[in-house]
Design a binder for this molecule. Structure first.
Ligand SMILES: Nc1ncnc2c1ncn2[C@@H]1O[C@H](COP(=O)(O)OP(=O)(O)O)[C@@H](O)[C@H]1O
Ligand SMILES: [Mg+2]
Length: 337
């Protein structure tokens, strides 16, 4: 049984279609991510689920109930935005308690206290937003949404404004809290790495459509088209014609070939050839080399295409700019699109 169902949702502004026939389902407790470039419709979809936008057609169900035309307050969803949007004149405790007070809820003090513990802000109850770091403010925003015990938590790029280190930290915290509460979550990001580390399931969006859904591993290892291959994992995508020329073989057939940078092996041109049964060899020269983390990334110019090659182990010496090289392409790693 699915807990959230979005069935053929379409929405446009003026003449422009922003969401085109979006359908997806989520299980209770699932952490799902909408991943896509800026402008592809992620926020519009999230806001439609929250009831902040009306959809033109289609249906949205939460926990078996059709909420397509229900007011935002009655949808039982919580939302956190990129901008913290806290009440500047209220302290942490009052910011978190606000929604409960409006509802004249019971046990406000104990519920808020529990949330403050959950998001690790004990001792900051009396602080005002301007006295908190960005990361702390976002914890308050999260607590403020969660204290209402929503059925679904909607997060619109909640970490995008934070520094890399704080961001990594909050990614872990957010996952911990989400698992602890077992709360069904839809997270929006344009950062593929963030989507990979956080999600049970990813929905890749492009131009108002969902182009692929699956676990992070499925999406990473089996992209369905050129867009996903390029957007996720920096695949080299070559037309079949160019590929045939490069490897002097017409063994593969299809429109395009996608190859992940880290499956390619790079060696100096004069080094011994590897087994030609399982590999194709391509000649080229190093156009550029850079280091990120502990990965050496080469940009290699070949006859017909520039290829990205990631050397994760770099047991040998670093190859230099301008150096003649050979690249080995493992046949089984070539994905035909
Ligand atoms: N209120 C609006 N009026 C007109 N166009 C809008 C409005 N909100 C969003 N759009 C347009 O809809 C498209 C998708 O926007 P959005 O959902 O914010 O994308 P994302 O969150 O993926 O960056 C964009 O082209 C944007 O310009
Ligand atoms: Mg957005």
């Amino acid at each position: 049984m699915s807990y959230v169902t979005i069935d053929q949702v379409t929405k446009g502004y003026h003449q422009q279609v922003v969401l085109e026939n979006i359908s997806l389902t989520l299980k209770k407790g699932e952490f799902a991510t909408l991943l896509g470039q800026s402008g592809c419709g992620k926020s519009t979809l999230l806001r439609s689920i929250a009831g902040l936008e009306d959809v033109d057609s289609g249906t949205i169900f939460i926990d078996g109930k059709d909420i397509t035309h229900v007011s935002p307050r009655q949808r039982e969803v919580g939302m956190v935005f990129q901008s913290y949007a806290l009440f500047p004149n209220m302290n942490v405790f009052d910011n978190i308690a606000y929604g409960l007070k409006m509802k004249k809820a019971k046990n406000i003090k104990s519920r808020v206290t529990k949330m403050i513990e959950l998001v690790d802000l004990v001792g900051k109850e009396q602080s005002y937003p301007h006295q908190l770091s960005g990361g702390q403010q976002q914890r308050v925003a999260l607590a403020r949404a969660l204290v209402m015990e929503p059925k679904v938590l909607l997060l619109d790029e909640p970490l995008s404004a934070l520094d890399a280190k704080i961001r990594k930290n909050l990614q872990k915290e957010l996952k911990r809290i989400q698992k602890e509460l077992d709360i069904t979550t839809i997270f929006v990001t344009h950062d593929q790495e963030e989507a990979m580390t956080m999600s049970d399931r990813i929905f890749v969006m492009n131009k108002g459509k969902i182009v692929q859904s699956g676990s992070p591993v499925e999406i990473y290892t089996s992209p369905v088209n050129t867009f996903v291959a390029k957007f996720i994992g920096n695949y080299n995508v070559l037309s079949m014609e160019v590929f045939h020329q490069l490897v002097h073989s017409t063994e593969l057939n299809g429109k395009e070939v996608a190859i992940r940078p880290e499956v390619l092996q790079i060696v100096p041109a004069d080094e011994d050839q590897m087994s030609v049964q399982s590999n194709w060899g391509i000649k080229g020269f190093v156009k550029d080399v850079s280091m990120t983390g502990n990965v050496l990334r080469y940009e290699v110019e070949t006859e017909g295409a520039a290829l990205l090659v990631d050397d994760l182990h770099h047991k040998g010496k670093m190859l230099e700019q301008g150096e003649q090289v050979q690249i080995f392409v493992p046949k089984k790693e070539c994905i035909i699109l």
